[in-house]
Ligand binder design. Sequence first.
Ligand code: TEU
Length: 540
Amino acid sequence: MSDAPWWRGAVIYQIYPRSFQDSDGDGVGDLPGIIARLDYVASLGVDAIWISPFFTSPMADYGYDIADFCDVDPVFGTLADFDRLLEKAHALGLKVLIDQVPSHTSNQHAWFEESRRSRDNPKADWYVWADPREDGTPPNNWLSIFGGPAWQWEPRRSQYYLHNFLPEQPDLNFHHPEVPDAALGHLRFWLDRGVDGFRLDSINFCFHDRQLRDNPAKPADQRVGRGFSPDSPYAYQRHLYNNTRPENLPFLKRLRALLDAYPDRVALGEVSSEDSLATMAEYTGDGLLHTSYSFELLSAEHSARYIRGTVGALERGMPHGWPCWAISNHDSMRVRTRWAEPDAPDHVASLFSALACTLRGSVCVYQGEELGLPEADVPFEALRDPYGITFWPDSKGRDGCRTPMPWRDARQGGFSAGTPWLPLDTRHRRLNVEAQEGEAGSPLNRFRRFLHWRKQRPAMKWGDIRLLDAPEPLLVIERRLGDDIVLAVFNLGGAPANLPLAVGSARVCDDHGLPGGRFENGAIRLPAYGVLFAELDLPL
Ligand code: TEU
């Protein structure tokens, strides 16, 4: 399998540039800051970085509202900075993925400024415009993920435009033939600059139903929160017509063909549809996306049973497609707070990361996950995320996972010489990088040791996966590639646990960096929040 493409089984470190490292004291992280920290990233043993948007943006959604897809916002640096970043990352053996947001633009993008002016300009149909109903209300019942109707009135055209996210993020009309061409043009620009791939934002949202049919209501027992209150109007709808349309597939094929014209590039889709496992299966595979991830392990549910059920369902749905997993990102509460008891030891976060890295697929790890940071407490007055401001206090939004990285025990954690755009959490101070470097049992060093150990195990990177039944809170996973068979038994609970299991001949691995279990009298004995990894001679 050493001839497997680099992205298979890769660990991808997500950098949220605003909060990684500020180099010029304006309180916002930037590309030169990332360059200065690339040695640290490489030292973790990850294979690639994915950088969240750094393109020209009015920052209504902190970069996911793009006004120029082919330039760097001055707050982050310049194109020359990006070229230097790419060069240094490659010299360190790191691949570089960048975010691309094909489905929408900023309302300050030149295309939208033109489109909204009249009904007959050259860009008039580049966005999704519709007449009001007779009573002046929006054309249908579609809702915005960020609250309220998905339609915004434009007096100059006496029409509404569609925005699945903020009103400042109008949706492009992918049914217009020039729009997919333009989106692929942006990808080509960055491919030619040398990026190794893309994380494709909201890839299920490119196309909408041309007939603008109303979304049906959802039965009460099927409502899911996904970061929203289960009582919010958004949870009351099945979002059938505003995304995941069949026309997405031919577009993904074109996108793949474009990437295939360059060597070793990867398309990693973010799938956030309701039936995301089914959508992942549909979008991922030969001639389509190389890999994709969904929000299934980014929700609050985390019992062993839930994880087994989710991974099992995905494996049944896409036995041949290559999944990607994420248990934390810039949209979700930090995993330590979401999944562990408040008094759990620091290493619990390393256990969760190891679990994600034991599933079949590639993995996205989010900055600070390696440090075991808890969700930051951001008071309402300091909130920046429009989502949090709208839904407070039902949801506190996404700022709690976006606060700056604590690099050392210094003013502003060594992140910035100025005032950071979001306050650092005092609980993060103790967990700073410099302090953790010097401590063998720190989450940071455990994470490093684990990634190093994983690299030696072909089964862990590329093997098949089996999930075995076990009582709560135990998760039993077998990975197998040829003769390399790895058994992993995770104890996701805060008390020691036993699992009676006959395994035949097995060698316990003790160099993976985490509190480890042992075999004793026909059972596996696990410490609290511990894991047993063992090499087996025969599969279970
Ligand atoms: O997220 C897609 C998405 O569905 C999220 O809006 C998610 O549901 C939400 O954050 C609640 O947790 C992507 C980006 O990751 C997100 O940061 C952007 O705000 C969004 O697209 C719009 O571009």
